[in-house]
Design a protein around this ligand. Structure first.
Ligand SMILES: *Cc1c(COP(=O)(O)O)cnc(C)c1O
Length: 431
């Protein structure tokens, strides 16, 4: 399949080229030229399909011809080797746990899928690819883990110094090999800006093949649509209207959910739940897109002031605000409300939510005030252990540390401090 740039001034490219380039030369995000709905029989019979079959059917049209079917199946078997359970917490409220992967964040699926695709595409290529990625917390660990040891691929991760949790920092600074962590004196938005600048730096681009592993990359973004189908499969038998609440930062995950909807998944409504970084909730109130610098919160993987994928969502709805507002509600919540929700969930059901999941819970509850008869599913995007300090100061329970996390706790952090784009460029050129 071909992908076009949302800025419309760059040529269309194949899936392979979109993955390798990351972003179009005109700075636009790539978008699939078509989204063909799956047959209704696919959704009617989804309970009898394995997760691998669901994923294969859903992603096939986007990569077909460029990755042979057998290879694609093998990639999906690699990527989807853990569970995605829906856990019922209250009447009409369930959570979809996306944290059972190797770094315990939902980004594991996208990062591993992209790493596998890039590994496949770079097989036989003489030039190395450098993956450049900015992280507000979880992307870094998932990308580092997904790309570790992939031949022909070097990974450079930028993260804001002092603004990610200890466990997150260790997950991205301790692996070594083809992974380098750059510790930026600044915010996530500063990191993201540096990455975007690098992708526009002609002098740099003639010297190296750079790509991004942020959710702007189609191979990171699209496989996230699997989650919604896996959840749909599990709650379909309740025979109620399903609504998803997605804790959102860069809006890649929820946008992928909307692609699943366009594939025919019978879900009418999505809720984008944010922390105080409320650019999208404000847009849904005012119809004005007015990005702001990001504010640090306890749900730091969502500290994004200018969400890069929102433009894809607007495009999916052909920039028709009325149509978009039929499908999307968006609410913002403070850290205080988030902690209150973590305590409420714990008191009512004994369930320990992480701060991101708790924001998703709040958005769902708010929507259900006016839509009580819905089967609500909020996405639990990280294991609570990844935000140990906040969780343990909020609820009266100690969290036991899973094996995946134990492993990195004793490793030594290795990072290189930088504070400007010039320093980033100098690093890339000497590496
Ligand atoms: C990245 C992340 C999010 C936000 O996902 P987007 O696709 O950027 O909206 C939410 N929760 C966690 C734990 C994350 O790591």
């Amino acid at each position: 399949m071909n992908f076009y740039s949302l800025n419309r001034t760059a040529p269309e490219v194949s899936f392979k080229e979109a993955v390798i380039k990351g972003i179009a030369p005109d700075r636009g995000l790539y978008f699939p030229e078509s989204i063909t709905p799956l047959p209704t029989s696919f959704f009617e019979g989804i309970e009898s399909l394995s997760n691998h079959e669901i994923a294969f059917n859903a992603i096939h049209q986007f990569v077909s011809d460029e990755i042979p079917n057998d290879e694609l199946r093998a990639i999906l078997t690699n990527v989807l080797d853990f569970d995605f359970p829906v856990v019922q917490l209250e009447e009409n409220v369930a959570t979809l746990e996306l944290f059972h992967g190797p770094t315990m964040a939902f980004k594991d699926v996208g990062a591993r899928f992209m790493a596998n695709c890039l590994g496949y595409f770079s097989g036989g290529a003489s030039q190395n690819v450098t993956v450049l990625v900015a992280t507000s917390g979880d992307t870094g660990g998932a990308v580092a883990n997904g790309f570790l040891g992939v031949p022909g691929v070097n990974v450079v991760i930028l993260y804001p110094s002092g603004k990610v949790s200890d466990i997150q920092e260790r997950q991205l600074t301790t692996l070594g090999q083809n992974i380098t962590a750059l510790e930026v004196d600044g915010t996530f938005d500063d990191c993201q800006k540096m990455v975007k600048t690098a992708f526009l730096d002609e002098a740099l681009l003639t010297l190296m093949q750079l790509t991004s592993a942020n959710s702007i990359n189609v191979a990171r973004w699209l496989p996230q649509l699997f989650y919604f189908l896996f959840a749909y499969k599990q709650v379909k038998s309740q025979n109620m209207e399903i609504v998803f609440s997605v804790p959102s930062g860069n809006f890649g995950n929820i946008c992928a959910g909307m692609v699943a909807q366009q594939l025919g998944m019978p879900v009418q409504h999505f809720i984008a739940s944010t922390n105080v970084n409320d650019t999208v909730p404000r847009f849904m109130r005012t119809q004005e897109y007015d990005p702001k610098p990001s504010t640090a919160t306890i749900s730091n993987a969502m500290d994004v002031g200018d969400p890069s994928n929102f433009i894809r969502i607007r495009h999916l709805f052909k920039n028709d605000f009325e149509a978009l507002s039929q499908t999307l509600s968006s609410y913002t919540f403070s850290d205080m409300k988030t902690k209150e929700a973590m305590r409420n969930i714990y008191d009512h059901s004994g369930y320990i939510a992480d701060p991101h999941g708790a924001v998703g819970y709040l958005g769902l509850k708010k929507y259900q005030e006016n839509h009580p008869d819905t089967c609500g599913v909020f996405l639990e995007t990280a294991h609570p252990v990844k935000f140990l300090d906040v969780v343990e100061e909020t609820i009266p329970e100690k969290i036991s540390i899973p094996a995946q996390i134990q492993k990195v706790l004793h490793q030594k952090k290795k990072s290189i401090k930088i504070s400007s784009y010039e320093e980033l460029k100098a690093f890339l050129l000497q590496a």
